[in-house]
Design a protein around this ligand. Sequence first.
Ligand SMILES: [Zn+2]
Length: 246
Amino acid sequence: MITLVFAGNMSAERRAVFERAAAKWDRVMDTSFDPVTVEGETLRGVQIDASITPIDGPEGVLGQAGPSILFGTTGLPVKGIMQFDTADVERLEAQDRFADVILHEMAHVLGFGTLWPRKNLIVGSGSADPRFTGPASAREYALLDPEGGRFVPVANTGGAGTREAHWRELIFGDELLTGFLSGADRPLSRMSIASFEDLGYVVDYTTADPFVLPSFRQLALMGITEAVRVCDLCRMGRTTPVLLEG
Ligand SMILES: [Zn+2]
């Protein structure tokens, strides 16, 4: 189970956004791990320290999210952080995008993109066609796109936290876990859920949203282009997790 620990004076409304995201991911995957003592405290499941504080105003850094402590045995997160800049949160709320950003970033805390290199799940790193090699994801991708090749295409543009840490935007469009928040619905596909199985979680595929690959026309209608556009998610920093012994 995901447990949130809120720092500072976060409003009940904002806490509820984090709580709903945690409840969603708790339905998708099982994090009822054995209790473990970390830095003097006993943790059950995954603990996420969440905060919203002024960082640098509406431009610049959006925040930071990722796992901070991993189990030595499974390499899965036992603890992570989600920090956001107050000014950016206010803007995201005004744009009705805050909840999806929280849902998306919590996926990174749970390992999406952030634990892929560590678990050797990327081939073609640095090339124009990097792919995610997890077998469950490959199976689901083949159902979406029978002619797309053996492995799942991942982001081949963007900075360090974006490239090779998301599904590829020009193929998967408004799916929740591409590198850009596009479209309006942002479905969570079976393929995304499969990627957590590939990381080592027990997952529940019945929690997936309906998803098919968008056409080029649909991508264009979502406003997706290769050209410059708002990339909030590119402005998230990433953690360097510590591995527990034993
Ligand atoms: Zn992301």
